[in-house]
Design a protein around this ligand. Structure first.
Ligand code: G6P
Ligand code: MG
Length: 217
C-alpha cells in the first residue's frame, strides 16, 4: 500500500505550544536593561527568528554598537532567563488539538518530525511530556540557515528517511511556510489565510487538523 504522504514535520512555537510569551518576557527585560524599547508588537517580529538574529533586531533599535563577545553575553543572559521561565511549562501548555494531532498522525502510520530553530526545543518537548511522540527532532545547533531557507525542513525529511515531496510541513509563520515550500513539501499553515498566503492549506489551529484530508488528496 502506498500513500502520498509518509511524514509530518511540525514547527514548535505557535503550533504545538506558545513559548512566544516567555521569549517576550526575557527579551523585554534585556531590552529594558539596555534602555531600548520593547513591546508585544515588536515581539511579533521575532517569531521564528533565531536568538542572535532576534538580538540584532533589538539592538538595532538603539545607536550603540556591540562587539561579538558582548552580543554573545547578552544572548546568553536572555537565554538563561528564558530557561528559568520555561521550567514552569507542563502538558497544560500544549495548544488545543496538538496532542490529538500527534496521536492521530502516528496512528495513521506516518512519521513525525520537529523543525524548530529553537535550541531549547528538546527541553520544551520534555516539559510538555511529548518527546517520545517524535521520530526525529532537528538539532537547531546544526542548522546554518534559518527559515525561510529550506535547510531545517530538508534536514528533518532526510533523518526521517522520507522524501520531501512525501512530507507535510506545519507552520504558523510566513517565513516557516516559505521554508516548507522551498523544501518541496506540502505546507499546512496554522493561523490566518490572509497572512499565510503561500501555504497550500490554512487551518485556525491544530484542533482543525484532519489528516485524511491530505492523504486522500
Ligand atoms: C523560535 C521562536 C523565536 C526564538 C527562536 C530561537 O523560532 O519563535 O522567537 O528566537 O525560536 O529560540 P532559542 O530558544 O534558541 O533562543
Ligand atoms: Mg512558529
Amino acid at each position: 500500500m502506498s500513500q502520498r504522504y509518509q511524514a509530518v514535520v511540525f514547527d514548535l512555537d505557535g503550533v504545538i505550544t506558545d513559548t512566544a510569551h516567555f521569549h517576550f518576557l526575557a527579551w523585554r527585560e534585556l531590552a529594558q536593561s539596555l534602555g531600548l524599547p520593547f513591546d508585544e508588537a515588536f515581539n511579533e517580529k521575532l517569531k521564528g527568528i533565531d536568538r542572535m538574529g532576534s538580538l540584532a533586531l533589538i539592538l538595532a533599535q538603539g545607536s550603540q554598537q556591540y562587539g561579538d563577545a558582548e552580543k554573545l553575553a547578552l544572548a546568553d543572559q536572555k537565554n538563561a532567563h528564558y530557561q528559568e521561565l520555561i521550567k514552569t511549562m507542563s502538558a497544560e501548555h500544549l495548544l488545543p488539538g496538538a496532542l490529538e494531532t500527534l496521536i492521530a498522525v502516528r496512528d495513521a502510520g506516518l512519521k513525525i518530525g520537529l523543525a524548530s530553530v529553537s535550541k531549547n526545543a528538546a527541553f520544551v518537548l520534555d516539559r510538555l511530556g511529548i518527546s517520545d511522540r517524535f521520530d526525529y527532532v532537528v538539532d537547531a545547533a546544526l542548522i546554518q540557515r534559518g527559515k525561510p531557507d529550506p535547510e531545517i525542513f530538508l534536514n528533518a525529511a532526510e533523518h526521517l528517511g522520507v522524501a520531501p515531496a512525501a512530507c507535510l510541513g506545519v507552520e504558523d509563520a510566513v517565513a516557516g511556510v516559505r521554508s516548507i515550500k522551498a523544501a518541496g513539501m506540502y505546507a499546512v499553515g496554522v493561523g490566518d489565510p490572509a497572512v499565510l498566503t503561500e501555504a497550500d492549506d490554512v487551518i485556525p489551529s491544530l484542533r482543525d487538523f484532519k489528516l485524511s484530508r491530505y492523504l486522500t488528496a
